[in-house]
Design a protein around this ligand. Sequence first.
Ligand code: NAD
Length: 360
Amino acid sequence: MIKKVAVIKGDGIGPEIVTEAMKVLDKVAEKFGHRFDYTQLLMGGASIDANGVPLTEETIEACKASDAVLMGSIGGDTNTSPWYKLPADKRPEAGLLGIRKALGLFANLRPCLLYPQLSGACPLKEEIAAKGFDMLIMRELTGGLYFGARKTEEVDGVTTATDTLVYSEKEIRRIAVKAFEVAMKRRKKVTSVDKANVLDSSRLWRKVVNEVAKDYPEVTLEHMLVDNSAMQLVKDPAQFDVMVTENMFGDILSDEASMITGSIGMLPSASMNETKFGLYEPSGGSAPDIAGQDKANPIATILSAAMMLRYSFDLTDEADAVEAAVVKVLDQGYRTGDIMSEGCTKVGCAEMGSLIAANI
Ligand code: NAD
């Protein structure tokens, strides 16, 4: 199989961690007889330096002409970098919002997996951490409370602010379909999170999700209220497989879920549109404090590349091989600084990438 991959290395640790993910992809290509053709593109701070803007039409068009986008992270030190003296719409993060919009990426996928080898970093009670968990939060990214009309006005002499939470049937249906499709590639369970006891938008959400579920008889569907979901995440995270939810609920729950794994350097993510196209990137930022020092953990980016193989290219065995290689390297006791513990062997970013590639 030949696939075109747009590569945005980005800023800070971005170039280091993406280089390691490409090392692993190249090993997958060699081992399984594929070819990945990379197009390197600029975005964020690197694009500001080269082009004066965080995102160019050229980058957007090249991404659209590719089968998927692999990205590091963008941005610099917000206190010291000159990029943050620019107006908000010219800063590195504006590129991120711009590219999501230009590519129609409405579904954000964040797997949260607690590796038994790293359970010491999990802030949950030992008996809960010991059970482990492996879930994926799918957050709607382009609608809901963050995109509805808002205003602040004087009402009877009192300053009053209003935000609106709007969802159309079409927007709910497309994210629900995505959630069931992803569940079919996992343990075939969907938990749809809403606040249907209060909100009309949630009642529509629940109705549409129930309709979509009829096309996926193999998938078990449950509905859960958002307040209960927040509690269940810390009480019994092992019960979840795919959790699908509205933009703001997903924003909050995905941060809660990532915290209980205890390690930002291990968490991949993807943003997808209605087709198999997606943008794959680590959940963390550009970590300017450790950039250029070979200290970054490349695993989140390597696991993001595995998601690309699974969800954009339907290369299940290859994705399994990358994830298994990560587990093997952890089992062998190798750790980057952020996940280091007593008795393990500390390695840098490049060595971690090489070890994972060698285990494929
Ligand atoms: P950050 O995630 O970059 O760093 C937070 C802490 O986590 C730091 O101590 C950092 O060293 C550590 N860390 C993060 N990733 C790591 C990795 N792979 N290996 C080891 N340690 C890691 O968050 P921040 O400091 O708030 O933000 C720094 C910059 O990143 C800002 O400019 C911010 O806007 C940007 N950012 C970008 C994205 C993105 O590209 N999607 C996301 C979040 C933040």
